[in-house]
Design a protein around this ligand. Structure first.
Ligand code: HEC
Ligand code: HEC
Ligand code: HEC
Ligand code: HEC
Ligand code: HEC
Ligand code: HEC
Ligand code: HEC
Ligand code: HEC
Ligand code: HEC
Ligand code: HEC
Length: 316
């Protein structure tokens, strides 16, 4: 036996060992979840013997939700009932509650996220979830149950007032932004993340509900849509060139305050720094008038575009 064949034999033996170890593991491979196990014969009745009113986790509120509408043939309770979401549960029931024989749908489930979501997606593939596969949430293993509470009478993520809290669990930066002095009024329940984002994924950047940022913004701020006789190029291009969509410490959700905001692009216009020695704000030296108070927008007030015949400089 030369060195090469010895190595090959060793490798074979080693992989055999790994396989054997895999087989003795109590947990089945997540990819094979459900295979070889059976559905219980009595459906929910089997489960509710043990998971009754006294079970620490409140099971019963689900009977007040759309999922429990047995008159609707598409719902879980018109079919496999509990097992439509938890997978075949005969083995779990017969064993007196073996955790490893049931898909808990919980964050700590041994069943892979993709496998868990698949059970929901058997019924919910279409409509708003067309973009799920490959979305940022799918790609980062976010489970349907990370946002949805299906055993609750009212799923908080579906209500404007409570939705953001479900998102803020993971999106800390956005939570901070929405607390800033100038912000979209999400924390007052006037607006929800889902007014701008489809959490299930879209083809647009940042999973926006519309194809572009501007289309998303102008669904509500229609007066900024134009077309204007005198366009301001960046406005027609992308609102986020000047505005943060979530919140900022500056007025009007601005990313910077004028004159700095404007000077990012306009460097060679009339004086935009107060000359040294000038007394501000009254009687400033040359240039002062251009930067005090509202600064550039004191004169260029039609910053989003103008329809006035002489509005070319966005001043009326
Ligand atoms: C004989 C009693 C019994 C029956 C019948 C039973 N369970 Fe359980 N179930 C348990 C016990 C006990 C636990 C807790 C196991 C643990 O924490 O180790 C449990 C846990 C669970 C869990 C949570 C698993 C986890 O990872 O925490 C789910 C989901 C579940 N059962 C669903 C069902 C469904 C669906 C049925 C009907 C098909 C069912 N059970 C029938 C006793 C039962
Ligand atoms: C529409 C899908 C769906 C249906 C139908 C459903 N469940 Fe659940 N169940 C879930 C999800 C999702 C969770 C995870 C909850 C969480 O993350 O806190 C869960 C959690 C559980 C748990 C674990 C809670 C714990 O910590 O012990 C039990 C037990 C359970 N369900 C039992 C049942 C029983 C019994 C039925 C039938 C009466 C049922 N479920 C029907 C989706 C469903
Ligand atoms: C057997 C099919 C089936 C399965 C499995 C299923 N659902 Fe549903 N679900 C439905 C039907 C049917 C409705 C009602 C739709 C309607 O009324 O338009 C519904 C409604 C919902 C709603 C909206 C509730 C509301 O009040 O408007 C949410 C959210 C939801 N399901 C999430 C889930 C999640 C999460 C899972 C997996 C844990 C899941 N569903 C599994 C069939 C299913
Ligand atoms: C990141 C959070 C999040 C995740 C993950 C998520 N959803 Fe949703 N889901 C939402 C929000 C927010 C709404 C409300 C949308 C609205 O009001 O326009 C919603 C609404 C729904 C609805 C009811 C409205 C409709 O479109 O029919 C269903 C059904 C649903 N989700 C199923 C699912 C399924 C299935 C999964 C897993 C594949 C999932 N969701 C994952 C946040 C989430
Ligand atoms: C369980 C954690 C979790 C929850 C809950 C959650 N997200 Fe996310 N979300 C992520 C991760 C992880 C990413 C990808 C990494 C990143 O961009 O931070 C992401 C990315 C995003 C993105 C950027 C997508 C892109 O293509 O760049 C948006 C928008 C988003 N989430 C919105 C939401 C909204 C709205 C909710 C509530 C309805 C929500 N998320 C709830 C974990 C979560
Ligand atoms: C008024 C519309 C609007 C609302 C409401 C909104 N977003 Fe956004 N969000 C956007 C836009 C536009 C972007 C893309 C910014 C860019 O990249 O230009 C974005 C980007 C994101 C991103 C990607 C990272 C980033 O900051 O660029 C995450 C995550 C996110 N939003 C989460 C949320 C969450 C969570 C909520 C609710 C609490 C929410 N958004 C509410 C418009 C909105
Ligand atoms: C779902 C509707 C909706 C969408 C979409 C929306 N907004 Fe708003 N916006 C509002 C509401 C409501 C207010 C608060 C108005 C008030 O307080 O009078 C607001 C306020 C603002 C303000 C003024 C904030 C202040 O502090 O004065 C700016 C700037 C703004 N939005 C920009 C945007 C941009 C940019 C987008 C796209 C990323 C956008 N909006 C998308 C509803 C929306
Ligand atoms: C070139 C920078 C710039 C761009 C791009 C821009 N804005 Fe503005 N926006 C401003 C400034 C500056 C203010 C503050 C106006 C003031 O102080 O008089 C403002 C204020 C606002 C306000 C609150 C006051 C009002 O006029 O209603 C809304 C809403 C708004 N912008 C929406 C939008 C939308 C929607 C877009 C994209 C279509 C957009 N903005 C693009 C600079 C910009
Ligand atoms: C992201 C870059 C950008 C920002 C920020 C920006 N602009 Fe502009 N602005 C442009 C472009 C591009 C044009 C078109 C220039 C052209 O056609 O020569 C323009 C045109 C103008 C015009 C008309 C000029 C003319 O020649 O008719 C005025 C006035 C103006 N901007 C003022 C402002 C003010 C005030 C601000 C700050 C509130 C601002 N701009 C912010 C890019 C920007
Ligand atoms: C006191 C009023 C006033 C203020 C404040 C002001 N401008 Fe102007 N701006 C004007 C006038 C008037 C014109 C037209 C000049 C002309 O037609 O020759 C003009 C023209 C412009 C033009 C077009 C230049 C060109 O070549 O036609 C730009 C760009 C501009 N301003 C940007 C700014 C910026 C950026 C600021 C803030 C730093 C600002 N303006 C502040 C009055 C003002």
């Amino acid at each position: 036996m030369n060195l090469k064949t010895t190595l090959a034999a060793l490798l074979l033996a080693f992989s055999g060992f790994v396989l054997a170890a895999g087989q003795t593991d109590k947990k089945e491979a997540p990819a094979e979840f459900g295979q070889g196990t059976k559905y219980s014969e009595e459906g929910a009745d089997t489960c509710l013997v043990c998971h009754n009113e006294e079970w620490a986790y409140p099971i019963f509120p689900i009977f007040k939700t759309k999922h429990a509408n047995r008159a609707d043939k598409r719902t879980p309770f018109a079919g496999l009932q509990c097992e439509a979401c938890h997978g075949p549960g005969a083995k779990h029931a017969e064993s007196g509650g073996d955790r490893n024989a049931i898909n808990s749908q919980k964050a700590n489930s041994w069943v892979a996220v993709g496998e868990r979501n698949k059970l929901c997606l058997t019924c919910h593939q279409g409509n708003a979830r067309m973009g799920w596969h490959g979305s940022a949430h799918d790609a980062n293993n976010v489970a349907c149950s990370s946002c949805h509470k299906v055993h609750a009478e009212r799923d908080p993520v579906l209500a404007k007032a409570t939705q953001a809290d479900a998102c803020f669990k993971c999106h800390k930066q956005q939570r901070a932004d929405f607390q800033k002095p100038s912000s979209h009024p999400v924390r007052f329940g006037q607006l929800a993340c889902s007014d701008c984002h489809n959490a299930h994924g879209t083809n647009a950047k940042a999973m926006l509900v519309k194809t572009t940022v501007n289309q998303t913004c102008t669904t509500c701020h229609a007066e900024k849509r134009g077309p204007f006789l005198w366009e301001h190029a960046p406005v027609a291009d992308d609102c986020t060139l000047c505005h943060s969509p979530h919140g900022t410490a500056r007025p009007s959700l601005l990313t910077k305050t004028p004159p700095l905001l404007c000077q990012q692009c306009h460097t060679h216009v009339h004086p935009s720094v107060a000359r040294t020695g000038a007394a501000l704000p009254a009687n400033g030296g040359a240039g002062a008038a251009f930067v005090v108070a509202g600064s550039c927008t004191n004169c260029h007030s039609q910053i989003h575009g103008s329809n006035h015949p002489s509005g070319v400089k966005l001043m009326r």
